[in-house]
Design a protein. Structure first.
Length: 152
């Protein structure tokens, strides 16, 4: 369930807060193939299950950028901002891919409100999302997402 923030003061008060975790989703071969089609990245390690069996991971793995893109699925499960005029994604800082996400793995997002600051009329948040791999020792992705909100 998302952490709900109704105004700037509530966002500022959340700095340093653990935002919890999202639901699990499965990294299916179909999702990987669709990402490969959308990006043109059809490297065998992602899309050729037979060849991947003899590769370094024994199965296909997700593109790192697919794992990063799924952060957009996780963010609304971690943070919901009400009473805003507008919210925009500013970008990402410090993107890392510590471990491969294998086909069939279940992943989820774990959030932390790292930083909240005033930027002109907007409030800018930095939410660190760690993409956890069920049963894994290291995450598939760690990214600091940056968003700006203006309120009514």
């Amino acid at each position: 369930m998302a952490n709900v923030f109704g105004n700037a003061a509530e966002l500022f008060a959340a700095q340093g807060r653990d935002l919890g975790v999202t639901d699990w989703i499965e990294m299916s071969q179909q999702r990987i193939d669709q990402f490969a089609d959308a990006t043109g990245d059809h490297q065998w390690i992602h899309v050729d299950p037979e060849k991947a069996k003899s590769g370094p991971f024994g199965v296909c793995i997700a593109h790192g950028y697919l794992t990063l893109a799924l952060v957009n699925v996780f963010l609304p499960e971690l943070v919901k901002v009400d009473n805003m005029k507008m919210g925009v994604n500013v970008g990402c800082d410090r993107v890392r891919f510590p471990a491969p996400v294998k086909v069939g793995a279940r992943i989820r997002g774990h959030g932390e409100m790292v930083k909240v600051e005033q930027v002109g009329q907007a409030v800018q948040t930095t939410v660190r999302v760690t993409v956890e791999i069920e049963g894994g020792e290291r995450p598939g992705c760690v990214v600091d997402t940056v968003s700006r909100y203006t309120f009514e």
